[in-house]
Structures are given as C-alpha cells and as structure tokens.
Ligand binder design. Structure first.
Ligand SMILES: *Cc1c(COP(=O)(O)O)cnc(C)c1O
Length: 389
C-alpha cells in the first residue's frame, strides 16, 4: 500500500495569478522597493481595513517595531501586551528599547484581559503631566498592544475606553486577523495603528511582509519616511536614524494576487474550523478553541484544547499524527516563559499558564480538502479513543 500524502499544518497557497504578477515585475524591471504593486497593495489593504493609509514593510515584526518607534516608544517605557502571543510582538517592543508589561488573556477569546489591564493601571500607575507612569519602577506606560489571537479581535470596546482614559495609543497586532469586521467596524478603525503580517503561514502571504495601517496622515507619513532610511532627497541626505524596512515590488506582486483570493481563503478557514469543532464536540477529553459570541473571527488556526484529565499529552498526539503524515503542533510558549523576557513585568497569568501546554493546532491550509480533513479527524479520534481505552 502506498503511503498517504502528507498533510501540512498551514502552507502558502499560491498559483498562476501570483506567477503572472511576478513575471510582470521581471518584464518591467521593478523588482525592488519601488514599483506599482507596492502602492497597489498598500491601497487595497488599507481600504479593506477601513484606514486612510498603509505602509508596506518587509515583515510584521518590522511593522510593529516602526509603529511603536514612530509613536515615540523607547527606552524607559513599557508597552502593555498579552503574554500569550508569538514572540515577535514582544521583540518589536524590545527593538525600540522599551519592555513589555505582560498581561493574561480571557477565557472567552484568548485575547488581552481588559479587566486585568484596567485594574493594574488603576492600582499600579499614576498620571503625571498628561502621561502615565508605574508607581514602583517609574517606567512610562507608552502604549497598549492587543493581539488578535487566532484572528479574533480583543475586546476593543473595553480596551478603547482604557486607552482614552489614560490617553494611550493602541498598536494592534493583527497578524492573524486580515479581513475582519468587528461589531460592524473594520479592523483599522479599532486602534491608532494596526499591523499585519504576510508571512508564509498567515491567511494571505507575500512570502514575507507586513503593513501598518492607520488614519493619522502625519504619523503614517513619518512611518513611511523612517522605513525608507529617513531619506529627504535622492542625494543621500537623511534627517534621522532610519530603517531599511520597505517591502519589495516582488513581495507586493504576490500580495496583490493573494488579496483577490482573501474571501475564498477566509471561507476555507471558516469551513475547516467548523468541521473540526463539529467533529470534536460532545467529548470531555478535548474542547474547541474559543469563539466569542459577540465577535467574528478569521479562524486563522484550527485545533483543540486537551482537558486537564486527558489520558494523552500534546506531544504524544502530535508525534502520533506525525507518524501518520499529518502535521500537528503545539502553540505559542508564553512570552514570560521565554529567556529574553523572563525578567519582564508580568501580571498574574492564570489562564495563560493553564492552557498553553494543552493546545494542539491541526492542518488548516486554505487548500485543505474535505477528504484530507476527514483523515485528520479520523486519526485524532483514533488516538484519543485509543488513549482512553
Ligand atoms: C506572524 C506573527 C507576527 C510576526 O510577523 P512576521 O511577519 O513573521 O514578522 C507577529 N505577531 C503575531 C501574533 C504573529 O502571528
């Protein structure tokens, strides 16, 4: 019997439209950071975000870094961040010289715990000269960075109210949330700046890439300037320390073809998520990823959470699936457990610490077929039932 085809976790799905755009870059010799696809991609992504402007960059990390940098975040500052995120969110903060101030997530959405943030600010911070400082260390609280985990936005009504009360900018890590509508509002309307990633495992990809979108003309102009070596003329004149962070026309060419497919990709992600949730419902050894009833999600990743009393570990499940040529993986190790951030300020992490080790992510590429997914489900159930027997 021949081996079944390998089913990957989350791979890019690119085709002849991307190839045609890339060929156009070669034909026109626009392969670097100048070219029509960059502008087109910025216009499309900012429009679908409901934002006035977009600045495309080489990665999501670069987008987050320059968003913070251009808001004046730097040494001596802290930025409020959920600990349960991909390490890039914390790295972007550290790149400015600031440190993350780490919060727990809530059980309904796995996004930043707004109640804990409000309470911590009330108890641990004070207002001085229109700014907010921590009472015991003196650091300035410079920004709030919610992360739209799995493509589910944080409780932005509550976080927006906190941001207004303390006059703090919001930089949203929306790496997983492209295309989302939140309570009738588009994504870009929820934060001062919203940052996307177009890495290979995201819903749409440029191979690699990122973008900052927002409405503030002067701020977005500054981000564009600083991302382009802060060049003031074509005669090698620069007015501040800049970065070489711009997206290339080659990346944007892929991105422009991908944007056309976004509705199809989002539908595929949702279909995968629903099929897994339906197949695994009613069991007491696993539960579904959260889906808050008051918010949409882009369902970036699918999978399940192992119950505390399950007879099998995440590692055992992943290696058993791997042996059957199905790629499954654990999820993020929280930032406060990572070596570079072990000394970061950290609030109680009750939910984060209870769930992170129990998450299994399952194949959810946008080209996952129904028969492939049926095979994944069958194998997962076989492993769980075998462990329980
Ligand atoms: C992918 C991702 C990033 C980083 O994006 P890159 O393009 O890989 O730099 C940041 N935050 C989250 C939550 C992500 O999933």
């Amino acid at each position: 019997m021949s081996e079944p085809a390998r089913i990957p976790l989350a791979i890019p799905v690119v085709g002849k439209e991307e190839a045609a755009n890339l060929q156009k870059c070669i034909d026109d010799n626009f392969v670097s950071s100048v070219g029509p696809f960059v502008t087109d991609f910025e216009t499309r992504i900012s429009a679908l975000s409901g934002a006035a402007h977009g600045v495309a960059m080489g990665s999501g990390t670069q987008a987050l870094h320059l968003a913070l940098h251009c808001l004046g975040v730097g040494r001596g500052d802290v930025v409020a961040l959920p600990s349960f995120t991909f390490i890039a969110s914390a790295n972007a903060i550290a790149h400015t010289g600031a440190r993350p101030w780490l919060f727990d997530i809530d059980a309904e959405s796995w996004t930043m715990h707004a109640g804990q943030l409000a309470e911590a600010l009330r108890e641990k911070a004070e207002r001085r000269d229109g700014q907010t400082f921590l009472k015991d260390g003196g650091e300035r609280v410079a920004a709030i960075m919610p992360v739209y985990t799995l493509g589910t936005p944080a409780d932005m009504d509550a976080i927006g109210a906190i941001a207004r009360e303390y006059d703090l900018p919001i930089v949203a890590d929306a790496a997983a949330a492209i295309g989302l509508i939140y309570r009738d509002r588009k994504l870009g309307e929820l934060a001062t700046l919203t940052c996307y990633s177009f890495n290979g495992n995201k819903t749409i990809t440029c191979g690699g890439g990122g973008m900052v979108v927002g409405d503030d003309d002067a701020l977005l102009r500054r981000i564009r300037h600083v991302s382009t070596t802060a060049r003031v003329s074509s005669n090698y004149e620069h007015d501040e320390v800049g970065y070489n962070y711009r997206m290339t026309n080659l990346q944007a060419a892929v991105g422009c073809a991908q944007v056309e497919k976004l509705p199809t990709f989002l539908a595929a992600k949702e279909r995968a998520r629903r099929a897994y949730d339906a197949a695994f419902s009613g069991r007491d050894d696993i539960s579904a990823f959260p889906s808050p009833s008051d918010r949409e999600s882009t369902n970036w990743f699918s999978g399940f959470v192992l119950s505390n009393n399950a007879c099998v570990s995440v590692e055992e499940i992943c290696s058993a699936l791997q042996a059957r040529r199905i790629e499954a993986r654990p999820f993020w190790i929280p930032v406060h457990m990572q070596a570079p951030f072990s000394d970061a300020r950290c609030e109680d992490q009750q939910l984060t610490e209870s769930i992170w080790r129990r998450i299994v992510t399952l194949p959810c590429s946008t080209n996952l077929t129904e028969s492939e997914q049926a095979r994944v489900i069958e194998e997962v159930l076989r492993i769980l039932d075998g462990a329980a027997a």
